[in-house]
Design a protein around this ligand. Structure first.
Ligand code: ATP
Length: 263
């Protein structure tokens, strides 16, 4: 079944239910959510309630107990290849150079060595990674490694990128500059602006990055509050200190007064 390719909805979760077979509690209960093409979204909910599980369902690593996931109009199956994924901790292969790491998606697509290295070098320059082509991951700072991870995710060429707390391991200053940097890179991709879906525990980060923040209000994940973020792009962190910024923070904080179902 299809919801119509070319529709402005790029991701639809429809009547979604999920429970791990080994876990007594349900994680997702009748979740319905539409995400538009090119949006930047952040999912927020307390730890351990199932945000990463939603990502595992979208990537096809887990199958819903019932319900459907539509990606770009098509009902997804477990062989879905249309998702780029950037995990919480960097997953760069330590035995590969940075160039070899970032061009991995092009290698998997079968591009010649010459072509993938040319594209990789060009993109590394844009992403501020020139000079690290022959370095190994352990030789780079945390911020640089996350740049390489983000570059690898964008080279997957997919229209949806899932970013699971991508900055959580970074210090506060690096984190702020990485948020700004990531929005700048996203803004440059005029022809192919992917839909970005973040998981974050950080209210400021969610407000700085997102068009909409989806704050789940119960466990199992089912209902949520949508907080629309009206700040114009390009953004700066000062916007968070305005009366609008403070009002939005209060709105999100008010959603966190909820009880987690015991397992
Ligand atoms: N493969 C699995 N098998 C069984 N239970 C699992 C599995 N993966 C996760 N869980 C459990 O499912 C629940 C939701 O986990 P999940 O990682 O999705 O939460 P989260 O909201 O992303 O957490 P965090 O914010 O801490 O990363 C937790 O209770 C977790 O222990």
């Amino acid at each position: 079944m299809s919801i119509g390719k070319g529709n402005s909805i790029i991701l639809r979760l429809e009547s979604l239910f999920f429970q791990y077979p080994t876990l007594h509690k349900e994680i997702i209960h009748n979740l319905n959510l539409d995400i538009k093409r090119g949006e930047i979204i952040t999912f927020m909910a307390p730890s351990g309630t199932g945000k990463s599980t939603i990502f595992r369902l979208i990537t096809g690593l887990e199958q819903p107990t019932s319900g459907s996931i539509y990606i770009d109009g098509l009902k997804s199956d477990n062989k879905n290849q249309k998702i780029g994924y950037m995990p919480q901790q960097d997953l760069l292969f330590k035995w590969r150079t940075i160039l070899e790491n970032v061009i991995l998606p092009l290698e998997l697509k079968g591009l010649s060595k010459k072509k993938r290295e040319r594209i990789g070098r060009e993109r590394m320059e844009i992403f501020g990674l020139s000079g690290t082509e022959k370095s190994y991951p352990h030789q780079l700072s945390g911020g640089m490694r996350q740049r390489a991870n983000f570059l690898r995710a964008t080279l997957s060429g997919e229209s949806i990128l899932l970013l699971d707390e991508p900055f959580s391991s970074l210090d506060a200053m690096t984190r702020l500059s990485m948020q700004k940097w990531l929005l700048e890179q996203w803004g440059r991709q005029v022809d192919h602006q992917p839909t970005l879906i973040f998981v974050s525990h950080d209210i400021d980060e969610a407000l700085f990055l997102s068009d909409r923040v989806i704050v789940f209000t119960h466990s199992p994940l089912s209902t949520y509050k949508i907080v629309d973020v009206p700040f114009k792009r390009p953004r700066n962190h000062d916007q968070l200190l305005t009366s609008d910024g403070i009002r939005l923070k209060r709105e999100i904080m008010a959603c966190f007064d909820w009880k987690v179902q015991k397992s």
